[in-house]
Structure formats: structure tokens, C-alpha cells
Design a protein around this ligand. Structure first.
Ligand code: ADP
Ligand code: MG
Length: 858
């Protein structure tokens, strides 16, 4: 099939018309239709790229590279000439490039540096159904730019499957073009019994099943596995099956050289088994596949709350992804798909993956948005709004890192968090802001290399095993030495040791090093070094000054500074009012001040959660002042001491809200400040003023109802917001909780009465009295509430001789009457006693007089 015969060409005329019209198009067509390779070329042939390029945003680096190669070949140019790509750490573009495939934050960054997107004529958002974070956000930004500075910008959103309706509303006005494509049925099979991949590795199961299917099928195999390592093992395992000896086995993943990647999709005469990551799910089409074997796993980016960063974890794919993968078997002929899990388990899987915006840390994108002048990120036109908590967490971290600062509003109070100069410099590095901050610190201190290694070490689980036999512990200390400054330093030495031993299993086992885990650090280290080098940092090995590396850790994790509470336990207090325990296995057992790179919540036996602090580095107090001068304070503080139940003054040193040291001073606290602190305790209910009882509350209700019923008196209602002011007056002049607790009713009422003017006070008892004197001379209590009329409650005997209705306040406020039995149980609520005596009383009397014969019954 030549490219021109691909199904996508049935949409060509409509696409061109839509681009000339609204300039916004959604293209929905199945995988293999020709979206990714042909649509950029259509833009080119129809003259949309005369004045600028088309940028195609891809979720996967491997796909960006391969698509660029393929399109360059079809166009007939060298890669990097008219057609190129740009991914993190790698780019093949030139001044002549008209079609540029990009990934991740590259487009968003470009928009943040140039809101007019000069030199760009069209944007294509590919694989949009995957809902990658950068796809969502870059599209939102593109719509803003098109609506303001660039009405001529063309926007194409492409997807294999889609909730097209929701997207259409978001993009309106836009055209939706759909092509059914061509496909054949695929028969789906499951394993009859569940396999535990811990016991039988997934690669062995995959290879065995391929061998079993080989005899009963024709056409090529496509096997899905989560990553490069599992793919390597599968390629090995496939080689051991005699049934597969005639087949060519081809791995496909991002870490392979380009030639090997191309070989996986090229035509061969022999039968092929392609073993791939989920890049072959929808991003790349491989012709000739009729059998799919799916392990059902994928590496997915997720926010790891323990480490406060995004990490890649192997997860079970959703049912929607599994269906996409199965579809790859039906492109050229009817196919078969075997899922390496049971049908029963399938039903329990998620219908769809959660969009990344709901599961990733947002710090990096928030910083990029702020750099574009979008200070109100909550108000940004998100396709799907992130959790406000996730946004707040991102902003708080960026403030702690110094990348954002709260803008002071003229009216006092804090405004939006806006980007700082440091924040702009951090944006240079395409890594999480924590690492960007560490790199900047490392640049200044000449320790980029060890810091890159440290950044790599924080990405995965620790590879140092715990709870080892004593001999292993001793061997480790013998080989690696003792460590007192940072758990990182021990890890770094262990990693260097493992590297020297080529990650040999035996050498590693002797020191309790998990060889596989240690090996995984290498590529990460290399890529951090590459990023640093690309930004012109000095990555040579050199001897930094003492404490330099530890200061870089502090810069990147200052939101996790901890102070040991005492010498006897591992309890710590952290900034942002958190507490936790230092991990027992940490080597840093003596330092009073720490910065930890890992904060994990772990469930305990008793159902409580405790916070465990690990990967610790000792910190010296002067460093806090040196690195964060604005957050370090030495001052006299007036505080309420809950143990002494008194307001005291002390001299203290603080890092943000974390008290480093406090010493009680002899000075008396200023009375005003003391009153404020005591008020806070009273308002929070931690100090209770005994005499502030129901009668006081009734008085306040009477004032508030007077304000409502007699507006002409101009009484200010006494709201909850006003209470602290009154309580503060009551607390004025006191230092201790006891004095406040024992305030008398007279003192309380004196403060409350001050709320009213003399005239208002004079009519209060007249209009809305506490008690009502009735026609028979008896007094009855009135009860006031927030809503509804005042209620008079009285026993029947007290009401004898009284008729009609009651009112208060010169007849303006009707009163409800609760008629009570001799035992004070309510029998009737009425507005009018006359009707009560006439209608209800005769029955009531008969009943009650029998029960209470000794009371008077008229
Ligand atoms: P879509 O984006 O709709 O899934 P593509 O544009 O990626 O479709 O692919 C369309 C067709 O082009 C594929 O079915 C395949 O035949 C061919 N193709 C794409 N890339 C390559 C490549 N690198 N090598 C060989 N054929 C390719
Ligand atoms: Mg595609």
C-alpha cells in the first residue's frame, strides 16, 4: 500500500476546508489510518506551512523519532532537514524544518518564552486520547494563543479513540472528522488460570505462550511488555523454544539504537516476533501483525507521595488499553490476541487510565505556566481541572524552592504566587523543579557530578538491603566505611562499588546490594549528567568544599527539614507543622538537624499512620541562614505555652515555622499580644470560660434579633466574627489561662453591654425581655433562637386566667407558647391561648388530671 492509499486520505478535502474555516479540527481515526505520518504532509501540500512550521506533539520519545524518520523518508529529505524532531536531550532540526515532532514540555516551554509562537503555523496534538499532562496543558495554551495573539494558528487534535463530544465542547467552534479505517475481527483469549509473575517471570510465560500459538497461527507476533529489561529477558526466553526457531525476534523500545528500532517495523520475509513496550499500542503501526500476546503491564508515571516526585511504576493496564493492543492484530487480516491474565481478573481492571493531570505532581507545569504570565493557575482553562490540593501542593513546593514568591498586595495580605528570577533560571532544566534547584546550587558550589548521581539515586527504591545478617553488615562497613553525614554518601559509595564490580551478583550480594536496582541508577545518572552538560554546567570530577553536596540536598528538599525532638527517641518535627520518626536504618543518628529526601506514611498495627523519614542528610544551622535568608529568623516570640497554661516570652530561632531552639526569657509578655494568644485558645475551645453560659448566649441572641426586628434602632448584630474582639477585651491584662477561665459573669456582661449604645441597651430589656410578666402576675421565661419567634414556656397551672396571644416589642413580635404538663413535658405549641382553652384543654385536662390529681385543675 502506498501512503496515498491510506484511509486517512478520505478526510483530506474536509480537513483542508475545516482548517481554512474554524482553524480547529479533531481527527478521529483508528491506529494505522495514517494520521501521524500523513496529516503533517497534507498541511504541507496544501500550503499551510508556507510561513512557518507544523509542530506535532507526541507523548512518546520513541514515536517522535521514528515518525520523523518515516516522514522524512516519504518526503524524500534527510532527517533534520525539512522534517525533524526534538526531544529531551536530542534534536535533529534546522532552519529549513517545516515538520517538527516534539515531546513533553518542549512546546509548552516555547509558548512560555514566546506567546506569539513566531515561526509556527500549525500545531498537531497526536495521540490525544492518552491524555498526557503536556498534551492537555499545551492544548489549553494553544487555544488561548489562538484566541488572542494568533487567530491564524491552525490546531489539529488527533486520536484513535475519543470522547469526541466533551472535547468538541472544549474546542468549540471546531470540526470533527471521523474515519472508520479498515480492520478485521480479532479473537480474544485469556489464560485459564492466573499466573503469579513473582513465581514464574512474565518473560517465561510470554515466550511459552508464543511457542504454543506458533503452530496454529500465521503472520507476525507482537508481544507487549512493560520495559526494556523485561523485553531483553523475553527475547532471550523466546530463543529457547524450538517451535520459534524460524522466526526473527525484534525488540522495540526507546533505549535501542535507531537502526534497531527501524528494523522492528521494517518488512521481512521471515516470520517476525516484535517484543515491544506500549509504544506499539497506538503510537506506531507495524504491518503484518496477526497475533498479539499481551502481558497487560505498562510503566506509568505517577506521583509518589513518599518521595514527593513523579516516578515510573509498572502498573496493570486498563481494559481500554488492552482493547487497543488487541486491535493491532487485526490490521491486515483476522487476528488473535492472548492476554496473559484471566477473564475474571480482566473484569476487575480499570475501564480507563486516569488522565495524567489527575495522577502526576504538577510542580513543573505550574512553574512553566507561571513563566508564561499565568499567575492564577486554578483559573487556567484546563480541559480537566486538577485536584485543588495538588495545585496547592505544587505551589507550596515551588515557594519553598524559591521558584515562586507570594506577591504582596497593596491592601496587605498575600496575593498570587509569581515566578522569581531563580524560578526562571530553574526552567532551563527539563527536570523536576527539585532537581533544577539542586543543579543551580551545584553549579555555584562546583559539585554538579555528585549531585547528578544523587538525583539519580532518589528516582528508584533504595538498592541497599536492610535487616541483613551481621556478617554482611560488617563486610559493608569494611568496604564502604562508616558514614555520619548523609545516607546519600553511603549510597553513592555503594553504587560506585557495584559499578566497579560490573553489578556482578556475587560481589553485590556480599555487601547486601540489590544488583538490579543499582544497575538501574546508571542510565538515570547519565541522563542527568547530559542535561547538566547541555546547560553548560561543569560536570568534571572535582573536590568540592566541605558540606557543598549536602547544601545542594538542602536546596532541593528544604520542605523536608527536620529537627530531632530529643536524643532518646527518633522523633522529629518538620517544617509545615509535621512530625515523624527518623528511620532506624539511617546512618545519621546523631545530628540534631536533618534534611530528608523521603517522607512516607506507613500504616501501623494499631490502625494509626506514622510518618517515616529516610534518606537523611545532616544539616548545620548556619546553612539554613545562608541558603534561605528570608526564611531564617531569630526573634523574641510571645507564645502560649499549653503545658504551663500561660503566655510567655522566649527567644527563638526558626526556619520557616520550625522552631530550631527556644529559650524562655524573663520578660513579661506585652498585654496586648497575650490577650490575642489567649483569645485564640478560647475561640478554639482549648480554654473554656466557665461563666460564659446559656444566659450569655441568650443575651447575644436578643441583641441579634433586636437588630433584625427593629432595624430603626441601628443595632449591629453580634456575629461569630465579632466574638474574638469581645473575648480579646475580656482577656486583656491576663497572662494565664486560669485567670481567663474564672472570669465572672459581671465582667463578661460588662464587655458585652459595651456593644450597645445606652439607648439601645435601655430598650433591649423593654422590647425583648428575658422574662415576661403575664396577666395573672406570674413571670414566664422567654427563649430566643437564631430563627423563628421567641418561645414562652409555662406549665398549664401558670397559664390559668390568661387568654389570647402574646406579643413583644410594642406588638411587633408575636410569641409562641409551649404549654407544658406539670412534669414540664410539652403538650401543645400554640399562638393563641383562647383557642387552646376551647379546643384542646378539655381532652388534655381529662388525661392529665388523672395522672396528677394533686395539682390544681380548673
Ligand atoms: P496512525 O497515526 O493513524 O496510527 P501512521 O501515520 O502512524 O497511522 O501510520 C500509517 C501507516 O504508515 C502504517 O500503517 C504503516 O503502514 C506505515 N508506516 C508508518 N510508519 C512506518 C515506518 N516507520 N516504517 C514502515 N511503515 C510505516
Ligand atoms: Mg499515530
Amino acid at each position: 500500500m502506498t501512503p496515498r492509499e491510506l484511509p486517512i486520505y478520505e478526510l483530506e478535502t474536509a480537513l483542508v476546508a475545516a482548517l481554512r474555516g474554524t482553524g480547529r479540527v479533531v481527527v478521529q481515526a483508528p491506529t494505522g489510518s495514517g494520521k501521524s505520518t500523513q496529516i503533517p504532509q497534507m498541511l504541507r501540500t496544501h500550503g499551510f506551512l508556507e510561513a512557518g512550521e507544523v509542530v506535532v506533539l507526541q507523548p512518546r520519545r520513541l514515536a517522535a523519532r521514528m515518525l520523523a524518520r518515516r516522514v522524512a523518508e516519504e518526503v524524500g529529505c534527510a532527517l533534520g532537514d525539512e522534517v525533524g524532531y526534538q526531544i529531551r536531550l536530542e534534536s535533529r532540526i534546522s532552519a529549513r524544518t517545516r515538520v517538527r515532532f516534539v515531546t513533553e514540555g518542549i512546546l509548552l516551554r516555547q509558548m512560555s518564552f514566546d506567546a506569539r509562537l513566531r515561526g509556527v503555523s500549525a500545531l498537531v496534538f497526536d495521540e490525544f486520547h492518552e491524555r498526557h499532562l503536556y498534551g492537555d496543558i499545551s492544548l489549553a495554551r494553544a487555544l488561548q494563543i489562538q484566541a488572542t495573539t494568533r487567530p491564524d494558528l491552525k490546531i489539529v487534535v488527533m486520536s484513535a479513540t475519543l470522547d469526541a463530544q466533551g472535547l468538541a465542547e472544549y474546542l468549540a467552534p471546531c470540526e470533527i472528522l471521523t474515519s472508520q479505517g479498515r480492520s478485521f475481527p480479532v479473537a480474544i483469549e485469556y489464560l485459564a488460570r492466573a499466573v503469579n509473575f513473582e513465581a514464574e517471570p512474565v518473560w517465561d510465560v510470554a515466550a511459552r505462550e508464543c511457542a504454543r500459538l506458533a503452530g496454529s497461527t500465521e503472520g507476525d507476533f507482537l508481544v507487549f511488555l512493560p520495559g526494556a529489561y523485561e523485553i531483553g529477558r523475553t527475547v532471550q526466553a523466546l530463543g529457547e523454544h524450538r517451535e520459534l526457531h524460524g522466526c526473527v525476534v525484534l525488540p522495540l523500545h526507546g533505549e535501542l539504537p535507531p537502526e534497531a528500532q527501524d528494523r522492528a517495523v521494517a518488512r521481512t520475509s521471515a516470520r517476525k516476533i516484535i517484543v515491544s513496550t506500549n509504544v506499539a499500542e497506538t503510537s506506531l503501526t507495524i504491518d503484518g501483525v496477526t497475533v498479539v500476546v499481551d502481558a497487560g503491564l505498562a510503566r506509568q508515571a505517577k506521583f509518589d507521595p513518599n518521595r514527593g516526585i513523579n516516578t515510573l511504576l509498572v502498573e496493570k493496564i486498563s481494559r481500554a488499553s488492552a482493547d487497543q493492543r488487541a486491535g493491532r492484530a487485526g490490521r491486515t487480516a483476522p487476528g488473535r490476541c492472548l492476554r496473559l491474565w484471566t477473564e475474571r481478573e480482566h473484569a476487575g481492571r480499570l475501564a480507563q487510565e486516569l488522565p495524567e493531570v489527575r495522577r502526576l505532581d504538577l510542580a513543573e507545569v505550574v512553574l512553566t505556566l507561571k513563566a508564561s504570565g499565568i499567575d492564577d493557575v486554578a483559573g487556567f482553562p484546563w480541559l480537566e481541572k486538577p485536584d485543588p490540593k495538588a495545585l496547592a501542593r505544587a505551589e507550596m513546593l515551588l515557594i519553598d524552592l524559591g521558584a515562586l514568591a507570594l506577591e504582596k498586595k497593596s491592601a496587605g495580605g498575600d496575593g498570587q504566587a509569581v515566578i522569581t528570577e531563580l524560578g526562571r533560571r530553574m526552567l532551563r532544566f527539563p527536570v523536576h523543579p527539585r532537581y533544577a534547584r539542586m543543579f543551580l546550587e551545584a553549579e555555584a558550589r562546583g559539585c554538579v557530578r555528585p549531585v547528578a548521581l544523587m538525583a539519580a539515586l532518589t528516582q528508584g527504591r533504595s538498592f541497599l538491603q536492610r535487616g541483613l545478617p551481621r556478617a554482611v553488615d560488617e563486610a559493608r562497613e569494611e568496604a564502604l566505611g562508616e558514614e555520619t553525614e548523609s545516607d546519600f554518601f553511603l549510597l553513592m559509595r555503594a553504587w560506585r562499588f557495584a559499578e566497579k564490580a560490573s553489578f556482578g551478583l556475587d560481589a553485590c550480594r556480599r555487601l547486601g546490594i540489590h544488583a538490579q536496582g543499582a544497575r538501574a541508577v546508571g542510565p538515570l545518572f547519565a541522563s542527568f549528567l547530559e542535561i547538566a552538560e547541555k546547560e553548560g554546567l561543569d560536570v568534571a570530577e572535582r573536590r568540592p568544599e566541605a558540606g557543598a553536596v549536602a547544601k545542594c540536598v538542602l536546596a532541593g528538599f528544604s520542605d523536608q527539614v527536620a529537627r530531632r525532638l530529643d536524643g532518646g527517641t527518633l522523633r522529629c518535627e518538620l517544617v509545615h507543622a509535621r512530625r515523624g520518626f527518623l528511620a532506624r536504618e539511617s546512618a545519621i543518628q546523631r545530628a540534631p538537624l536533618l534534611v530528608v529526601a523521603e517522607v512516607s506514611e506507613i500504616g501501623r498495627g494499631d490502625g494509626e499512620v506514622s510518618t517515616l523519614l529516610s534518606l537523611a542528610t545532616a544539616v548545620e544551622e548556619p546553612w539554613l541562614k545562608e541558603l534561605f535568608p528570608a526564611d531564617y529568623r531569630e526573634e523574641r516570640a510571645v507564645v502560649y505555652d499549653p503545658e504551663m497554661k500561660r503566655v510567655i516570652t522566649r527567644r527563638e530561632r526558626r526556619f520557616r515555622d520550625l522552631v530550631l531552639e527556644a529559650r524562655v526569657s524573663g520578660d513579661e509578655a506585652p498585654l496586648g499580644e497575650a490577650a490575642l494568644l489567649l483569645t485564640r485558645e478560647v475561640v478554639a475551645g482549648r480554654i473554656k470560660i466557665e461563666a460564659w453560659d446559656e444566659t450569655v448566649e441568650q443575651w447575644i441572641l436578643r441583641v441579634n434579633r433586636m437588630a433584625e426586628w427593629f432595624p430603626e434602632l441601628e443595632v449591629n448584630p453580634l456575629t461569630d466574627a465579632d466574638r474574638p474582639t469581645l473575648i480579646e477585651q475580656l482577656c486583656y491584662g491576663e497572662l494565664g489561662a486560669r485567670a481567663v477561665k474564672d472570669k465572672g459573669k459581671d465582667e463578661i456582661m460588662a464587655v458585652l453591654r459595651d456593644w450597645l449604645t445606652a439607648e439601645q441597651l435601655a430598650v433591649l430589656d423593654d422590647y425583648l425581655p428575658e422574662r415576661l410578666t403575664m396577666a395573672n402576675g406570674r413571670k414566664a421565661k422567654l427563649e430566643y433562637a437564631k430563627e423563628g419567634p421567641p418561645v414562652l414556656s409555662a406549665r398549664i397551672q401558670e397559664l390559668y386566667g390568661i387568654e389570647g396571644r402574646f406579643t413583644l416589642g410594642r406588638g411587633r413580635v408575636p410569641v409562641k407558647i409551649h404549654v407544658l404538663a406539670p412534669n414540664y413535658r410539652p403538650i401543645q405549641v400554640t399562638d393563641d391561648l383562647t383557642s387552646f382553652w376551647r379546643d384542646m384543654y378539655p381532652t388534655v385536662k381529662g388525661e392529665l388530671s388523672r395522672r396528677y390529681p394533686r395539682h390544681e385543675w380548673r
